[in-house]
Structure formats: C-alpha cells, structure tokens
Design a binder for this molecule. Structure first.
Ligand SMILES: NC(=O)c1ccc[n+]([C@@H]2O[C@H](COP(=O)([O-])OP(=O)(O)OC[C@H]3O[C@@H](n4cnc5c(N)ncnc54)[C@H](OP(=O)(O)O)[C@@H]3O)[C@@H](O)[C@H]2O)c1
Length: 292
C-alpha cells in the first residue's frame, strides 16, 4: 500500500487509514466480533493508521468505546501492531448522546488520562484537539496538549476542524504534526480555504475525514453518473474512485474512511494504489455532488 509521511518527525503511514467512528456510534454493529473483524480487515489490507476518539460511543456512559475496541483489535490481530499508529482525540463531549464541546485545559488533560487507560498505553502516538471550543482561548487548549507532550503522555500533536490561522497560532506553541478536517467531493472547504495547501507547504499530514461524504452521502456515490465510467475503467468501486480523488488533492493528504463491513474496509484500502489520469480527476472535480 502507498504510504505518506504522517507529518514532521513522524513516520510514514498508509495513505488510507482506518476511521473508527461508525463502529461505535448509533448504527454500530451489534456484536464486538463483527467490529473486530472489520478493523482486522483494514489492518490485513495494509492500513497502518487508525483514527479514533474518546467520543466515538453512544453517550457519556459509553466514553472510550471505540478506543477500547481499537486496542482490542490490535491485541488480537496476528500482524505487527507495533507498526500501527493510533490517533485519538479530546475536546468533545457526549451528554446524553448529544455532541458538546469542552476545550478547557483541565478537561483535555482528564480526557487524555482516560484515553491512555482505554487504549492501554503509556503514551498516545497522535493526540488531536477535536474541535476548537469558542468559550476557551484556543492557545490555552493547545497549551494543554503541549503540556501533555512535555509530560510524555502524548507523542505527536494534531488539530481538527481548524483554519489556517488556527494552525499557525497552534504551531507557535507546539509542533503540529497533523490536521484533520473534512474533505470529499461533496465538501471542499479544506481546499477552498487553503488548509490543504498550507499543510502541504509545512509538511503537515492532512487527515481527510468523511472522505466519501460520511454515513448518509456516501450512499449516493453509485448514482453519480460521472463516477461510473471511471470506476469501470479501473475495475473498482465509486467509493475507491472518490478516495483516490481526495488523495490526489495534495502530497500530504491521507484519507481515513470509516467502514462497518470487512468488504468496505478492504475496498477502501485498495484506493491507495489507484492512479487516476488528469482527465479522470478533472471529470470528478467537475461533477455535481449534491448534498441534498
Ligand atoms: N475530526 C472530526 O471531527 C471527524 C468527524 C467525522 C469523522 N471523523 C473521522 O473520519 C472517519 C471517516 O468519516 P465518516 O465515517 O464520517 O465518513 P466516510 O468515511 O466518508 O463514510 C463512512 C461510510 O462509508 C461507507 N464506505 C466506506 N468505504 C466504502 C466502500 N469502499 N464501499 C462502500 N461503502 C463504503 C461505509 O459504509 P458501511 O458502514 O456500510 O461499511 C461507512 O459507514 C471517521 O470514522 C472518523 O474516524 C472525524
């Protein structure tokens, strides 16, 4: 599988990583065995990056569900799990199943301690500030991650759902290794606002989340006319086409699609080695991807 540098000072990882969210939120598989097999399918296909978060769970009584699942998948996998980078996040809450924000330094530090336990590690490889909390000065939240890094509790610092100005502000406090924002043909704001270009310039890994459009919109891909002939030409799925298009948007882009079936995880992994022609990429860029 094609690899790309995760970011400054970090190793290269598979260009297609595993997005853990759908295995732990509403609609997740009923049994743990299925979820573990899906993660194993991704790892078997060569994925060496797994993205999780403390809040990939049903509600505040279930915090850490996805982190515990990922940890168990790595423990029970037959391959070299020490070569897999696990990225988690803090800064979001799940009161009664809703989504909230808490970027206060003490809360981030508490969340990180819980993630260390859930993942069963002494040091988290990549810890990402999940989404800026406007009630807390951004520099104070980032400062908490800098403290955690100094204390050896996290190795690399990442940001998520941020602007170029916020990346610059954070980089003055602590080295920023990755930025995780939404990017798919449905949602191109990371291209339009210059975040992808900025990451490429700085060598920061850009982790494209919801790269096939997320749980609802990805289901529209088979009916998007422009994708069908290109997928047929490469004997692959429209989802893999779209992942290849996202990967082509920048040299530091890494995609982290979610999956709840082994077949989808394996299919997504294949996208890393697809090379689309300029004309094919342009056709996807020009196609209509309605979010309705
Ligand atoms: N930082 C953030 O704020 C943030 C926000 C959202 C997501 N994320 C991260 O990004 C990851 C991916 O985002 P996402 O899960 O929202 O959206 P996504 O990856 O765009 O879409 C996930 C859905 O696409 C389907 N899929 C994927 N590959 C497929 C294939 N080859 N063929 C058919 N269907 C396929 C899967 O369906 P099945 O479930 O049926 O397999 C899956 O549920 C998450 O898991 C999470 O790690 C981060």
């Amino acid at each position: 599988m094609q690899t790309r540098p995760l970011g400054p000072g970090a190793p290269s990882v598979s260009a297609v990583g595993f997005g853990g969210m759908p295995l732990s939120i509403r609609g997740r598989p009923d049994d743990e065995g299925t979820a573990l097999r899906v993660i194993h399918a991704g790892l078997d296909a060569g994925m060496t990056l797994v993205d999780t978060a403390n809040v990939y769970c049903l509600d505040d009584t279930d915090i850490g569900h996805n982190e515990r699942l990922v940890a168990k998948a790595l423990r029970t996998w037959g391959g070299r799990s020490d070569a897999v980078v696990v990225a988690t996040k803090g800064g979001i809450t799940r009161p009664k199943g809703e989504w909230g924000l808490d970027g206060r330094p003490a809360s981030l530090k508490r969340a990180c301690e819980q993630s260390l336990v859930a993942l069963g590690v002494d040091c988290i490889a990549l810890y990402q500030y999940h989404r800026p909390d406007e009630r807390v000065p951004f520099a104070e939240s980032v400062g908490a991650l800098a403290d955690l890094r100094r204390e050896g509790k996290i190795r690399w610092v990442g940001l998520s759902n941020v602007s170029v100005a916020q990346i610059r502000e954070a980089a003055a406090i602590v080295p920023i290794v990755t930025v995780q924002n939404r990017l798919s043909p449905f949602f191109r704001e990371a291209l339009e606002t210059g975040v992808v270009t900025h990451c490429a310039k700085e060598g920061i890994g850009f982790l494209a989340y919801s790269p096939v459009g997320g749980g609802r919109l990805n289901q529209k891909l088979p009916s998007i006319g422009a994708l069908a002939p290109i997928a047929a030409a490469h004997a692959t799925s429209p989802h893999a086409m779209v992942l290849a298009w996202v990967l082509a948007q920048g040299p530091t882009v890494i995609v982290i699609p979610g999956a709840r079936t082994e077949a989808h995880a394996t299919d997504a992994a294949r996208a890393a080695d697809l090379v689309l022609t300029r004309a094919e990429l342009d056709a996807i860029t020009a196609a209509a991807f309605s979010t309705a």
